[in-house]
Design a protein around this ligand. Structure first.
Ligand code: ADP
Ligand code: ADP
Length: 233
């Protein structure tokens, strides 16, 4: 589903590349946890999947990244909205409308869907994320965990095959983090969505992961295998 072939990324003023010769395959319908210390290149790797690298951040990407066979270098993020959904650490940076329902609808606007289909997708997504009772609420009045679920919902309504999340629970208390992770696990298991999630702390997310990718080593394996290699996390 997601494939990296000999991918390197170097930012303009840096002498060393941030990613060097990464080869990677993320299978369809799995939750893969990308873990490693701050600054190791997790956001850069996610950006290469969503097309933010190189289209928006600068940086030179060599090698090839494909998602469902589409090369992210020749398809800028707006051409990938129906394939890759991207959620960052700070959901507020993401919102463009005022209410929960409008925000879920907004992500589909460029897809040319019939109004009835859009309405159905909003309903489905409100139910999936446990947001039905909050549909008319101004986003500004929600808790951090609720806001993060709205951010996820807004990229889900285009029905992406891949969801990329950069430390989505780092600003949340443990119970709100669990709600978000449970939603992601449901997406993977019920809808077959592929989820790639970056986190610098292994322990919060590892129980939800099918596989773990460890940077800078580049080792990928089951949570048990990776915990054996890297007991320090
Ligand atoms: P992580 O997500 O693991 O903290 P990042 O991918 O954010 O790592 O950063 C890895 C390295 O790349 C850092 O040295 C950072 O300064 C550099 N970097 C990240 N984004 C940019 C950018 N847009 N321009 C220049 N350098 C960047
Ligand atoms: P459409 O919206 O294309 O008219 P439906 O609303 O009937 O079609 O949904 C089509 C299928 O997509 C359903 O089986 C539904 O379970 C599934 N689905 C719902 N949400 C998502 C999602 N976020 N990603 C992928 N598939 C989804």
């Amino acid at each position: 589903m997601i494939r990296f072939e000999n991918v390197s990324v170097r930012y303009e003023d840096d002498t060393e590349p941030t990613l060097r010769g990464v080869d990677l395959t993320v299978p369809e319908g799995e939750l893969v946890l990308l873990v490693g210390p701050s600054g190791v290149g997790k956001s850069t790797l996610l950006g290469a999947v969503s097309g933010l690298v190189p289209h928006f951040t600068g940086g030179t990407l060599t090698g090839r990244v494909t998602v469902d066979g589409r090369d992210t270098r020749t398809h800028p993020p707006r051409e990938l909205a129906d394939l890759v959904g991207t959620v960052g650490q700070d959901p507020s940076a993401h919102f463009v409308t005022d209410t929960v329902e409008d925000e879920l609808a907004y992500g589909m606007e460029s897809l040319g869907l019939a109004p009835a289909v859009m309405r159905r997708r909003v309903e489905e997504t409100l139910d999936l994320l446990g947001l039905a009772e909050l549909r008319d609420r101004p986003i500004a009045t929600l808790s951090g965990g609720q806001r993060q679920r709205v951010a996820i919902g807004s990229v889900l309504t285009p029905h992406p095959k891949v969801l990329v999340l950069d430390e989505p629970t780092s600003a949340l208390d443990p119970s709100a983090a669990e709600d978000v992770l449970a939603v992601l696990q449901r997406l993977v298991h019920d809808l077959g969505t592929t989820v790639l999630l970056a986190e610098h702390r292994l322990e919060r997310v590892v129980q939800y992961a099918d596989q773990v990718l460890l940077l800078p080593e580049g080792a990928m394996g089951s949570p048990a295998e990776i915990m054996a290699v890297s007991p320090v996390h």
